[in-house]
Design a protein around this ligand. Sequence first.
Ligand code: GTP
Ligand code: MG
Length: 360
Amino acid sequence: MQIGLVGLPSSGKSTLFQTLSHTHLDDAAAHRQQANIATVKVPDARVDGLAGVFQPKKKVYTSTEFVDVIGLKKGDRDSTQFTGVFMTNVKTNDALIHVVRSFDDELYPHPEGSVDPERDIHILETEFLLADLAMIETRLEKLRKQLQKMQDEKLKLELHVLEKGFAHLEKELPLRTLELDVHEKRAIRGYQFLTEKPLLVAVNMAEDQIGDKDRIVDALATTFAKAGIAVDAFFGKIEMEMSQLADEDAEVFMADYGLKESALVRIIGAAYRMLGLISFLTYGEDECRAWTIRKGTNAQEAAGTIHTDLMNRFIRAEVVHYDHFMADGSIAVCKEKGHWRLEGKEYIVKDGDMLTIRHG
Ligand SMILES: Nc1nc2c(ncn2[C@@H]2O[C@H](COP(=O)(O)OP(=O)(O)OP(=O)(O)O)[C@@H](O)[C@H]2O)c(=O)[nH]1
Ligand SMILES: [Mg+2]
């Protein structure tokens, strides 16, 4: 999974990037005209829980990539930077986090002259919307010409979906809220439209806004719900400091600010929910490990994420839920209590299921 951090200049993208990836960027890297990329382990306390029981040789978390993209200003969609550096680094992302500034700091003036998160969300959404419109317009022209010369069912479907998309964007609605069936979705997947990507707004707050956090987040979430946008908040300056502390120190620091989880855990959790992702676990004395799948994946497909051989030679899956296992204390007790069971290939895997694949 790859998640891009986008936003206006000086909104705190590089600050959040460093917080999430526990890296340190020098000034040049934080503002340079190309993207910073980091692979980050997805924290999962369940992997630690299993490791405590099985004492495996290896603990493996899933990972995700964060991309710190250059800042974008109003009107940038017409610039070469937008079509070049920005698009290359954003198109391939599975989801976007729009970092919006809510802190005020004279040292780093806001490019729009004042702090206004709602306006900034609109600015970026509008840039993306106009970029998608322009792309569809060009493509529609070509498609119509092609279809005059020859009849092709695939191209006809593409034309139909793009026309639908165009009308939707003209109503100032992002493509992520356009209802399409699987065939229609597939017909335009190659375009990787910006407004089609799942979007989480991360409001970068000043320390003294802690008491207002929920109110600000709820208000923005209500305003942007119809655009299919999720909203969360972080405290750029202090959370970056926390991310550089040892775990125990960071916990004390976080508690002082009333934060229950690190920015990384909160943001990854939000990204998983947005993308409809869950994790299942495998366990044993060799390795305890988390695997990411889409909600709705069946046991045979889940086996395929471990190895294609396991999918092809799938017989049954031994399944026990992590919560049951930890409460019961061992597989033997899980079996006694009926918490351990055998499931066939059609079984829909749940978040936190511990699987062992029986294969031929
Ligand atoms: N006071 C305060 N300053 C912050 C906060 N978050 C970021 N900053 C500062 O604001 C400046 C800009 O932050 P960056 O993270 O570099 O912003 P950016 O979005 O990456 O900026 P560009 O890459 O130039 O577009 C930095 O000097 C940060 O230290 C915050 O929560 N409070
Ligand atoms: Mg930056």
